[in-house]
Design a protein. Structure first.
Length: 142
């Protein structure tokens, strides 16, 4: 495939009932840099936040169930969940809870050697915050 046919960016578009709350949480609390923002007719508003490198992780039902079991201990994930790699999972988890996220499961060491927590954030998004702890044998998942 030539370079003109390759995807250059993954952008996830989320409708937030409370735009200001979601923007403040993801930009100011989680720390995603605002790249651009636009407003339009009828009160239309959007902010584009930089989340670093993006990947699209495709998982089957068994994998989704296994991740829920490891991170939370029970099935909780919706069809789409966002995962953010951070340098300090415990600190970021604490900051997000203080900023309004609901803690679903505290930071837990996974079989793939990362420290993962699960939270419910604004705009009805479920989040995994993960910190890579180093090399490990086995499959990797966020």
């Amino acid at each position: 495939m030539d370079d003109t046919a390759k995807v250059r960016q993954l952008r996830i578009v989320v409708e937030a009932e409370d735009y200001e709350e979601a923007l403040a949480f993801y930009r100011d609390v989680l720390g995603l840099d605002e790249q651009a923002s636009y407003s339009g007719d009828g009160g239309a508003r959007v902010a584009i936040l930089d989340a670093g490198r993006a990947t699209l992780e495709i998982a089957n039902s068994a994998q989704k169930a296994m991740i829920d079991d490891v991170e939370v201990g029970r099935p909780v994930a919706p069809r789409i969940r966002l995962a953010f790699e951070v340098a300090d999972s415990r600190g970021v988890t604490e900051r997000l809870v203080e900023g309004g996220a609901e803690l679903i499961a505290p930071p837990t060491v996974t079989p793939w050697n990362s420290l993962n927590s699960r939270l419910a954030g604004p705009a009805d998004l479920q989040l995994t915050v993960f910190q890579e702890l180093g090399d490990s044998a086995g499959a990797h998942e966020d």
